[in-house]
Design a protein. Structure first.
Lengths: 319, 448
């Protein structure tokens, strides 16, 4: 470190912490810093507040003036919520039904990648086999493949199966109705794997090797080590990846549009995209609908946020 | 211990997933459908036999309330014949349809609003030619002008469904009455009226061309409408098919004529701002100053009727109404610029063909028109079933024997121009680029 000498010179002064991180931390805990961060937090909440206020204003007000007029001329209505939640399905809302679809799509689409990524990451981090690093690099490199490129091949994989030179290697899946959820889960799981494995692998590889060694000496199998030693230790990483994946799937429109197949299986996002009406003239519903759709992610984020911050550092450079 | 809690959590989430899956799978067994064609109320559908219990999927860009009305309109047909129609509307229709067709997940029927897209699928061998019954029904009920756009290389692929008329100028009847103005019937009268409005300190025109990714399209409609009036349908067809270049002097003349209104600081942008505010105003808001009496006229399609604030009376004696954009040269006939959807089939099963035939029938057109806010070029559509005054006028224009119908040109051109450079070019043109540079730019983007 270039500042090494200065640190030593400054060391006798007990007021200044010896490391760079310590000094930064000290600066960030001052009153001014707190005030600044408070202002930033307030500023960043203003748009959300605007959406909330807008969602409880009557249609004519929403369409004719800005949300801040609420303070000078408060008019309150729950009409928008009533419309988007309980309106007839094809006409204005029926978000309640789509809400269930969103959950049906999201929960397995988070759990499957979580399970597969954890197992794969363990295999790549703690078992030895030839070409392990190349497999890892290969998976890591797959992150650069944009999702959009895989949509049509994946869709034809479901609908036509795989055939090579006229020989049918895999049959078509022939899924219909609610079974189409499987294709959505499959797609989301595929698209989540590279990043998930990368994150969890880096986190797992940082665990002290002695732990695994000790378990192995005691005669534990890989399955046992994974379940009793590794899994409890990577909970923060799992949680943070789960949040990432949850938010991504919950907010996803593209994959659902293509794979969910039909309005009966469509999640909230698909409905939200149509809610403004054919020519965008019903946009007063959007703010209320937006609030309905962010309730779940908000709850998930708030209840898991301490993992989120911790997990942001997972897989990145350790200080 | 942490791992215990973890395991319990996993087990719980697993149970939730199972429960939801089971819930989603339940209630889906309805294969006992029979037709009711013998009953008297189903007499109209007695030709559509043998399709009970079949399912036909429809994919379309029409969504929300209007989708609900469509479903309501074909419900008697579905009930009588026993066919199940599964309708899906999406705002991402154009892109999604391509993906679905490529991926082998094509719908049975699609309502395609761009003849270019229909042609794309027809030439790719994806679309099935219309069956004999559909063809007969379509030729009975639609003019050749319309069928032309559902036909590729001499084969009819789809009959038209709904229609919209774009050659409309919205105005405020109450303001006109107040000032003693009359609705112009020729282009020159319209310009004289504009000058009168200027003298009366009211900006005669307002416009907005903002529309997110599609910003610029309302301006392209202007050019198309004027070109159709100035040069006639033949030159229009040559322009659309690129038989004459995009920067041909005839197009330059038409664009300049539009410019004499849209780029004239004395004429625009009533109630909103200057010329450049046209580009920053959304098309939804572009005509609103008309009812506030801050702007005299607004050229926009019949569907603009839905944009007026709630409580606006849209009628000949109301707050807002529209007149037919007058012809420039009476010898060129009564040109009508418009659009509509075409019902293309990706499957040729009996049930799909029956539904396709039904959608081309006067039965459907009347059934849908009765529910409001919808018109069709179907000759069997009875004007009495159309309640909305502006729709009545539109149907009158469509059914006028002297009318020369042409489809919105930007929907016919290759997407690189019609859905891209034409829009962008017009936006820049509003922002100050001169006509020649604009048209040269668009010509340069035409796919070779």
């Amino acid at each position: 470190m270039s500042t090494g000498t200065e640190t030593i010179v400054a060391a006798p002064d007990a007021e200044v912490p010896p490391t760079v991180a310590g000094r930064v931390r000290k600066k960030l805990t001052s009153r001014t810093a707190s005030a600044v961060s408070l202002v930033i937090a307030l500023l960043w909440t203003v748009p959300t507040l605007g959406v909330l206020i807008s969602s409880i204003r009557p249609e004519n007000e929403i369409k004719s003036n800005g949300w801040w007029n609420f303070f000078s001329n408060p008019q309150f209505t729950l009409d928008n919520y009533n419309q988007v939640l309980f309106g007839s399905r094809s006409a204005s809302g029926g978000l309640a039904g789509y809400f269930v679809n969103s959950l049906v799509i999201t929960i397995p689409s988070v759990l499957f990648p979580l399970a597969f990524c954890a197992l794969a990451a363990y295999a790549l981090a703690w078992t030895r086999f030839r070409g392990r690093d190349w497999v890892y690099i290969g998976i890591f490199a797959l992150q650069i493949v944009p999702l959009q490129m895989a949509l049509i091949p994946l869709l034809s994989f479901f609908n036509y199966g795989v055939s090579l030179g006229g020989v049918q290697l895999l049959p078509a899946w022939d899924l219909d109705g609610p079974a189409k959820f499987i294709t959505v889960w499959f797609a989301h799981t595929c698209f989540a794997l590279p990043l998930g494995i990368f994150l969890l692998h880096n986190f797992m590889a940082e665990l002290p090797g002695d732990l695994v060694e000790a378990a192995r000496v005691d005669g534990a199998t890989h399955a046992k080590i994974f379940r009793s030693v590794i899994l409890p230790l990577i909970v923060p990483a799992l949680a943070s990846f789960a949040i990432f994946q949850f938010l991504w799937v919950w907010n996803d429109l593209l994959v659902a549009l293509i794979f969910a197949g039909g309005p009966k299986n469509a999640p909230l996002t698909v409905r939200l995209a149509e809610l403004a009406g054919n020519r965008g003239n019903e946009w007063q519903r959007l703010t209320a609908a937006a609030f309905v759709s962010i309730i779940v992610p908000l709850t998930v984020f708030l209840s898991l946020q301490r993992y989120f911050v911790r997990g942001l550092l997972a897989g990145s450079v350790k200080g | 211990m942490a791992s215990n809690r973890q395991r319990r959590l996993l087990a719980f989430s697993g149970a939730v997933v199972m429960a939801l899956t089971v819930a989603a799978c339940g209630g889906e067994s309805d294969n006992t459908a029979n037709d009711k064609l013998d009953t008297p109320e189903c007499a109209a559908y007695k030709d559509y036999t043998g399709i009970a219990g079949e399912t036909v999927t429809i994919y379309s860009p029409i969504r929300d309330a209007e989708a609900g009305l469509l479903e309501q309109a074909w419900k008697p047909f579905a009930d009588c014949t026993g066919v199940k129609i599964e309708y899906e509307g999406s705002g991402e229709f154009e892109a999604q349809l391509k993906v679905r067709v490529e991926g082998g997940d094509a719908p049975d029927l699609a309502f395609i609003p761009q003849p270019g897209l229909l042609e794309f699928f027809a030439k790719g061998g994806k679309l099935k030619a219309a069956g004999d019954k559909t063809k007969t029904m379509a030729t009975q009920n639609f003019s050749p002008d319309w069928l032309k756009y559902g036909t590729v290389n001499g084969t009819l692929y789809g009959a038209p469904l709904g229609a919209n008329v774009k050659s409309f100028v919205w105005y405020s009847p109450s303001l006109f009455k107040e000032k003693g103005w009359t609705v112009p019937t020729t282009w020159d009268e319209m310009i004289q009226l504009s000058d009168k409005m200027v003298a009366a300190k009211i900006k005669p025109w307002c416009a907005g061309i903002g529309s997110q990714d599609a910003t610029g399209w309302p301006a392209t409609d202007w050019i198309e409408d004027v070109l159709l009036r100035e040069q006639g349908p033949d030159v229009y067809d040559q322009w659309v098919t690129h038989a004459i270049p995009f920067n041909d002097p005839k197009i330059v003349a038409a664009t300049d004529r539009v410019g004499s209104i849209l780029k004239n600081e004395n004429y625009v942008n009533g109630g909103i701002g200057g010329v450049k505010s046209i580009a920053t105003t959304t098309f939804q808001d572009g005509g609103l100053p008309v009812v506030q009496k801050k702007c005299g006229m607004h050229r926009q399609a019949s569907f603009y009727a839905n944009q007026w604030p709630k409580g606006t009376k849209v009628a000949q004696d109301g707050d807002a109404f529209a007149f037919y954009l007058p012809p420039i040269d009476p010898a060129k006939g009564k040109p009508v610029l418009g659009g509509g959807e075409f019902v293309g089939a990706f499957s040729d099963s009996a049930a799909v063909q029956s539904v396709q035939t039904y959608l081309a029938s006067p039965d459907f057109a009347n059934s849908r028109a009765k529910l409001n806010n919808w018109i069709s070029a179907n000759k069997g559509l009875d004007v009495a079933n159309v309640s909305n005054p502006i729709d009545k006028v539109a149907v009158g224009i469509l059914q006028d024997s002297g009318a020369v119908f042409r489809f919105d040109g930007s929907d016919l051109m290759p997407a690189a121009v019609g859905a891209n450079s034409f829009w962008k070019g017009m936006t820049n043109w509003i922002n100050g680029t001169d006509t020649k540079a604009t048209l040269d730019f668009i010509e340069g983007t035409w796919p070779k």
